[in-house]
Design a protein around this ligand. Structure first.
Ligand SMILES: NC(=O)c1ccc[n+]([C@@H]2O[C@H](COP(=O)([O-])OP(=O)(O)OC[C@H]3O[C@@H](n4cnc5c(N)ncnc54)[C@H](O)[C@@H]3O)[C@@H](O)[C@H]2O)c1
Length: 386
């Protein structure tokens, strides 16, 4: 029987077509690419695509997210994989250092760690590379002068914004809510904190699942946008006090905490989909004087029982819950295929000298966005008459 890595690889159709091209064009011939990105089935497809372009791949994962099956699969195919699954920050740092020790010609970074390490211990010949995330962009922007290399930021592509943050996160939040809690959405009141790209997708998917959706955002323009999109935008206290399910997706800390505990409705479920586990102040809720006992259930569900008899449920301890719980699959394969096609094309542009030092920590160039969008649409309509 074929495994999940092969299922994912088969459905990363953009990467498969790029790999086919790279086998002929070999844009990375003789070069080493160092990567510090989650090692799981979708990134396996990206790493093997880059290898098809002639690169010697040296890869390590991120803290907490490395899957041993991905490590084994890559190692069996000639990728130098450093380390394995770890939640030890010091071990993770040593792994990243070891990647830089291989003196890669190109870096695929996720959070700015590898570029930062290069700045601490420079070696000649680094051509530049890519950064996957907003947090990495924010870390590297002040270092532009020191870096002086082409570094293209994938998260700032409009494709990443609408394909992953909006559509894919919205879908996986709905999927994860049902998978973890197995509770109904129809007729339920859902409050979404944050109406950025992710919040828009979450609100739309919850509405599509027949929930009554309210939006809270501290930016009045976002509230207006939500209103015009047809959502209720009540005052924060009203949105808190009426919600059966509350989801935070703002990127900001302490959106909900102990001070809100009296406002919450009996039976409310709280979950976070923002990157950091600080949007729901879980510790302050657990320690509240209003909480008389806590019941823990399988699959990361926790019930706070209040002295007045109300119950409030916490999902996945406030961690990004669409990547938690039983059998988390994350965002759809296609949304990741789009983002990783941007990665492959951006690294190709840097390797071929099409991006210069002036392109230091800048969004993916428009021509790459257009090329990836056209390729995706071409694959969708292949063999159909429209
Ligand atoms: N779960 C996932 O798979 C996934 C995927 C991509 C991004 N993310 C994360 O989701 C979060 C949101 O991402 P985004 O792209 O939507 O960001 P964004 O900046 O587009 O939107 C965030 C929104 O939250 C609002 N906000 C900020 N502080 C607030 C507060 N105190 N109260 C109410 N509203 C507040 C902002 O005004 C903004 O409208 C980030 O942490 C991001 O890293 C998660």
């Amino acid at each position: 029987m074929k495994n999940r890595i092969e299922w994912v690889g088969q459905n990363c159709r953009l990467l498969a077509s790029i790999a086919e091209e790279f086998r002929q064009t070999r844009p990375f011939e003789g070069k080493t690419i160092g990567t510090g990105i989650h090692l799981e089935p979708k990134t396996v497809a990206l790493i093997l695509t880059l290898q098809e372009g002639g690169a010697r791949m040296v890869s390590t994962g991120n803290l907490n997210t490395t899957q041993q099956s991905a490590v084994d699969y890559l190692a069996a195919r000639g990728v130098t994989v450093i380390g394995g699954p770890t939640s030890d920050l010091e071990q993770h740092r040593r792994n990243l250092k070891e990647v830089i020790g291989h003196k890669p010609d190109l870096i695929l970074d996720n959070g700015g760690d590898l570029f930062d390490l290069w700045l601490q211990d420079r070696y000649p010949g680094l051509l530049g590379g890519t950064e996957e995330t907003t947090s990495g962009r924010m870390r590297l922007e002040p270092l532009r002068e020191q870096l002086g290399l082409p570094i293209l930021v994938i998260n700032d592509s409009p494709i990443k914004q609408f394909a992953e943050n909006e559509h894919a996160v919205g879908q996986s939040v709905l999927e994860s809510y049902m998978r973890i809690t197995n509770r109904v959405t129809n007729g339920q009141r859902v409050t979404v904190f944050g109406y950025g790209a992710c919040g828009r997708g979450v609100a739309a998917n919850m509405r599509g699942a027949n929930a009554k959706v309210s939006v809270v955002d501290n930016d009045p323009l976002k509230r207006l946008q939500a209103h015009l999109d047809g959502y209720d935008t009540p005052p924060r206290e009203v949105a808190l006090g009426t919600a059966d399910f509350i989801v935070t997706v703002t990127g900001s800390p302490r959106i909900i905490g102990e001070a809100d505990i009296n406002a919450l409705k009996n039976g409310a479920i709280l979950a976070n989909a923002g990157h950091f586990p600080f949007e729901i102040d879980v510790e302050s809720l657990r320690k509240s004087e209003q909480v008389s006992s806590i019941d823990s259930f399988e699959d990361g569900i926790e019930t706070l029982v209040m002295t007045d008899g109300r119950r409030v449920h916490l999902v996945s301890e406030g961690h990004m819950f669409n990547l938690a719980g039983p059998r988390p699959l994350g965002n759809s394969i296609e949304s990741m295929d789009l983002g990783f096609a941007l990665q492959a094309r951006s690294l190709e542009a840097v390797a071929l000298g099409k991006a210069t030092a002036a392109d230091c920590v800048v969004p993916v160039p428009r021509d790459i966005d257009e090329r990836v969008a056209n390729a995706y649409l071409d694959l969708c309509y292949q063999g159909t008459i429209v």
